[in-house]
Design a protein around this ligand. Sequence first.
Ligand code: IMP
Length: 184
Amino acid sequence: MKFRENISRIAFSEEQIAARVDELAARISKDYAHQQLYLIVILKGAMVFVADLIRRIKDVDLNVDFMVVSSYGGGTRSTGKVRIVKDLQKNIEGRHALIIEDIVDTGLTMNYLRKILYDREPRSLATCSLLSKPSCRKIEVPIEYLGFEIPDEFVVGYGLDYDQGYRQLPFIGVLKPEVYGGQA
Ligand code: IMP
């Protein structure tokens, strides 16, 4: 795979990401201090982000669980028809739950997730997303803990993929449109 050649520019460097993850972890540590918190990590994109985030969260009793969702069709853009491929191991009823996502684009995936998770009656439910593309929203979803807003560009690295590749890049880079055929 032609790796770096396919990246037009670095959107966020390792250092910028680390500084922002520090800030998010500090806020989460404060808001949930001395409480139990159930992290719902959406695989695979959020794996690198959450690995860094949880090591910076202090004085919170964390449980980490994973969900795998896949959206039908859509190429680089989700369709909103989401299927649960792997569900949580435990019931979140009565717990503080925090969804950890890599990026909110149209908002359709997050809207679906919040709906089905609310139905399970957690004590509270919030969202933490590393990235957000507000100009691409088809439905508004709250993001209580947000890393960075980005424009309508397709980004990879730090866990985010294109066609399952690029996840291991330590920075977040903008993929050249010709790599994915133009439309982000
Ligand atoms: P949404 O339902 O449109 O908000 O899509 C969210 C999902 O689309 C994310 O969890 C990613 O898997 C994927 N996605 C959207 N934009 C990007 C991007 O720029 N890079 C990598 N994945 C993306």
